[in-house]
Ligand binder design. Structure first.
Ligand SMILES: NC(=O)C1=CN([C@@H]2O[C@H](COP(=O)(O)OP(=O)(O)OC[C@H]3O[C@@H](n4cnc5c(N)ncnc54)[C@H](O)[C@@H]3O)[C@@H](O)[C@H]2O)C=CC1
Ligand SMILES: Cc1ncc(C(=O)O)c(C(=O)O)c1O
Length: 310
């Protein structure tokens, strides 16, 4: 399977519209489904924004692609070659949705789950055809970040893995194929960083703003260009050995969720989507900040495309 003729995207929240817009850009007929009528009504706006971002990125349009919103799951799945599940990150919900999907979908369809890190084998435990399910982990915003983790579960068919890798490459993205571990690779690394960041802010070592500045320039910029493995070579493995020898034992090993986060989620302060989180956002600030972030990501993606591969 290269670009699927028909794609069903199940769940139209933060991730669904960007995924749908990108698949359509490459010529797929996409059906975007959600249980919430209100969410599906808002999807047109999110799709239009994603399309304008794809224009700014210079992603060419393949004729024949389209996105339609479809409230009926069976109709959304009808004839789909690829199904991308993007419902909330809850094992029970995802299992129930996957059961509905596999009961309605074509026998040879590939079912990709955009779970952030629930092992695919756990999601597939009750499936009649677990060989069709595979991890397809996009990074947010999915129409901008050109890499997808591909994670076969214990029972995923090799042909399904190969077909999905082909699809990821056909939409111009890097495919990173991994063995299954909780969190996969990207979120294991991201969450190790976030745990330490939250711990430093909680201890009052640094302000939120200064922490963001330090990570942006001291870590993010550098790692974006060279990657951690080559960074070790650039710094010198002897230096890493000396520093890790005294530093690793000092780093956060917190097994639970940071109290700084649980306090805010308890007050429904969820970040940009509720207008407040680690930072406060006044009227109009969220839209301006989102536009800023997209502009920055577009600029940096262009610049990184001109650097040599890691
Ligand atoms: N938000 C992020 O940065 C990223 C999220 N993910 C993962 O992608 C998945 C979706 O995440 P978000 O888009 O952020 O979630 P979200 O909560 O923004 O959107 C999920 C959507 O699924 C819908 N939904 C719930 N039950 C459904 C059902 N039975 N059938 C159809 N639609 C249903 C909800 O109404 C909602 O609109 C999660 O597994 C998440 O962990 C992966 C990469 C990044
Ligand atoms: C905080 C956070 N958590 C999960 C993910 C994900 O990739 O699943 C992301 C992301 O940026 O994509 C994220 O920022």
């Amino acid at each position: 399977m290269s670009v699927p003729t028909t794609t069903a995207v199940i769940g139209s929240g933060t991730m669904g519209p960007g995924i749908a817009a990108l698949m359509a850009r490459y010529g797929s007929t996409v059906r975007l489904n959600d249980v919430s009528a209100e969410v599906l009504e808002r999807a047109a706006g999110a799709l239009a924004i994603a399309e304008s971002v794809l224009d700014r990125l210079g992603v060419p349009t393949t004729p024949g692609g389209s996105v339609s919103c479809e409230a009926d799951l069976a109709a959304a799945l009808d004839g789909a070659d690829l199904v991308i599940e993007a419902v909330p990150e809850r094992l029970d919900l995802k299992r129930a949705v996957l059961a509905e999907i596999e009961a309605a979908v074509r026998d040879d369809a590939v079912i990709g789950t955009n779970t952030s890190g629930i092992p695919v084998s756990e999601l597939a435990a009750d499936m009649a055809h677990p060989e069709r399910l595979i991890g397809m982990h996009w990074s947010n915003p999915p129409h901008v970040i050109p890499m997808i983790e591909v994670i076969p579960g214990e029972r995923t068919a090799e042909g399904v893995r190969d077909a999905l890798v082909e699809t990821v490459r056909a939409i111009g993205y890097e495919a990173v194929v991994e063995k299954e571990v909780p969190g996969f690779v990207e979120n294991r690394i991201l969450y190790a960083i976030l745990r330490e960041c939250l711990s430093l802010v909680e201890q009052g070592v640094v302000s939120r703003q200064d922490l963001d500045t330090c990570v942006k320039w001291g870590i993010g910029y550098k790692l974006a260009v060279i990657g951690p493995m080559r960074l070790l070579d650039m710094a010198g493995l002897d230096i890493y050995e000396s520093v890790a020898g005294y530093l690793n034992r000092e780093l956060s090993t917190e097994a639970g969720v940071s109290p700084l986060v649980t306090e805010m989620t308890g007050q429904r302060k969820l970040g940009m989507k509720t207008g407040g989180g680690m930072y406060a956002y006044g009227e109009g600030d969220v839209a301006a900040k989102r536009a800023d972030i997209i502009a920055g990501l577009i600029t940096v993606r262009r610049a990184l495309s001109d650097t040599t591969p890691v």
